[in-house]
Design a protein around this ligand. Sequence first.
Ligand code: GDD
Ligand code: MG
Length: 359
Amino acid sequence: DFHAIIPAGGVGSRLWPLSRAEAPKFLHDLTGSGETLLRDTWNRILPLAGAAGVMVVTGRAHRTAVQQQLPELAEVNIVLESEPKDSSAAIGLAAAILNRRHPGVIVGSFAADHVITDGERFRQAVEEAVAVARSGYITTIGIAPSEPSVGFGYIRCGAPLAIEGASHAHLVDSFVEKPDLATATAYLASGDYLWNAGMFIARADQLLAQLAETEPLLHEGLLEIAAAWDTSKRDIVVDAVWPLLPKIAIDYSVAEPAAAAGRLAVVRGDFPWDDVGDFSSLAKLLSGGRSGDLAILGEGARVLSDASSGVVVTQSKRLISLIGVTDIVVVDTPDALLVTTREHAQRVKSVVDAIKQAG
Ligand code: GDD
Ligand code: MG
């Protein structure tokens, strides 16, 4: 029995002003496919989990948008948060609810905002991970790294695991969440590490057991909420317990300690995977890796370009004209305009922080 969990939180501040608190990254079409990233995520996992087997965890403010995107999502499979408590709480609560409904269930958590273009090879990796999870490991999916990114978790592959139905599975020697640049550079050079693709597949009870060990308060709170979830006491218990839960990413609460205890496994994924964290990655993704091209995203976009490259994202029908600018980033939305370069695209987050500070 396999159930998928899609945690859909986070704002994606490096994609401002496209990604906003009201319309976070997962509610956008970043590939030009006509589908939002959330819908793509749903479509991708559907053949393995079935519509009744996917649970979405999101903020109360996004309920309507999520239901619009996923009309097949049953009411019992939406978990709404009153405030964000990071990925351990989001994924942990879904796992705890599912484990009560289906004791011993295997769950897989998949980020709502990634771009994966080969659904078939993605599902092959997930099926292998489910086989590994069945034999008792908390299982991640690893991607061969291409640069010393400091935005990812790094997985050091250990001994291969002999598990039927999983030919690309290894024990994990260590898991390091978001190392600094020098460390990431050394990891890349060593050739021994994979990027964590942000997917966790495990028996729900084993995921919860790991949480109980490392974050006992969080674990206790989640079990309390899950026990009340399918009862009339849900709202009272949630309102009392949720605000007190510790805020911590699952990479710290589960992946790092599980690796240290020899309980973490990794399946090598060989599908194209992109977390599209900023506009430079978006430009690369949309132009298929060809630098020197101008990539354009937006329905009915009107862009005139003369010897220009980079990316234009537009939500307006305004004519945008570029002359002789290279590696430029232009993001035109009804109430905010961003102009920067691919080189500085990472710094967009500081603009968002400044706006927040100014209130
Ligand atoms: N519902 C809900 N509530 N979801 C959340 C919350 C929350 O408070 N916080 C995070 N999430 C969801 C995000 O929407 C995303 O689907 C997933 O949990 C991971 O959170 P991110 O905030 O996107 O994490 P990250 O990108 O910094 O790092 C993670 O992903 C990388 C790959 O993209 C880590 O797992 C890294 O190790 C990994 O390499
Ligand atoms: Mg992310």
